[in-house]
Design a protein around this ligand. Sequence first.
Ligand SMILES: NC(=O)c1ccc[n+]([C@@H]2O[C@H](COP(=O)([O-])OP(=O)(O)OC[C@H]3O[C@@H](n4cnc5c(N)ncnc54)[C@H](OP(=O)(O)O)[C@@H]3O)[C@@H](O)[C@H]2O)c1
Length: 342
Amino acid sequence: MTTTTSAPTTRWGILATGNIARAFATNLHSVPGAVIAAVGSRSRESAERFVHDLGDEATRAHASYDDLVGDHDVDVVYVASPHSHHLEHARMAFSAGKPVLCEKPLALTRADGEALFDSAGDLFCMEAMWMACHPLIRDLRDRLEAGALGTPRQVHADLGFVVPADASARMWDPELGAGALLDMGIYPLTFARLMLGPFATAVATGVLDDHGIDLDVAVAARHESGAVSALTTSMTATTPRSATVATDQGLLEVPADFHHPAYAVWTPTGGEPQRIEPPSAVYGTGLGNEAAHVQECLRDGLTESPLVPREQTLELLGLMDDLRRQLGVRYAADRPRTPTDG
Ligand SMILES: NC(=O)c1ccc[n+]([C@@H]2O[C@H](COP(=O)([O-])OP(=O)(O)OC[C@H]3O[C@@H](n4cnc5c(N)ncnc54)[C@H](OP(=O)(O)O)[C@@H]3O)[C@@H](O)[C@H]2O)c1
């Protein structure tokens, strides 16, 4: 008799119907055991269009986030609203007893990030830092940690896109967390954190528009390990979107887009370039590997991810608070919290 085994099923609920929600849902199609159970939107029309475009007739379309998080056939909620609303929307899911994968950045400030994790209690919660779940990024980090590529001394990393003023309201609206640093700069910062360890000190300079939105930012940092990093981000220019790690034994190059790379190249000092491929399957564009990781964490009964630990997320939010202070970028969430904020 032939028996087949299939991955246990995880039923996803997608909160919001914007760009990344669509990309994530499409990626779920390639993840073993993933089911897109439901989507929730502020509008019924948008939820129904999302389901139609996805082509999954069994996916339920909810006309409110409340209905989505309250859906008994949803195991985990993916929060894909603007950063300014992550705290509110993650809390809705926790109140309904649902674990959460929450888009990056987890919140606008470290204080709001702490409040979000506090609200999770014993429920699983992870920032959707998909780069850290990518098989090749994991492999490169493991090689560096094992000393296989020598001692890292410098990281250069960049992520930037031209964001047209009429293309993304979110990216140009301070109420929704506008700006390059939190949206794109978080990737170079996290890459440097993954490859070089915790930051010791960082200085930022940049250019803001008339509304105080950070358009172009350069960060120079020293890490506790004694290595340094030079990191840039932009919403006005077509930038390299690549990264390098320079060690005392050679150069590791991660071509565009470095946060979900197809391959990397290691060139030992004086030697020939060696191509490094992802050691295991990349699901979809790599967003699928993040989903697969969450599913594993939930099956293992974890409350936090070993690949994107809560403390690392908070460390980077605190760093971005500091960099924004240096740049002069402020959000409403920067006001001191009061007891009524929860
Ligand atoms: N992992 C990645 O590679 C990646 C890429 C892009 C963005 N992101 C992150 O994902 C989040 C969403 O980004 P996005 O590019 O998908 O944004 P988007 O296209 O503007 O979509 C955001 C969605 O959030 C919902 N929403 C709830 N409250 C809202 C409000 N007050 N104003 C506007 N929209 C609101 C809307 O869905 P409904 O109308 O259905 O309620 C909207 O479609 C951001 O935090 C961003 O940093 C991650």
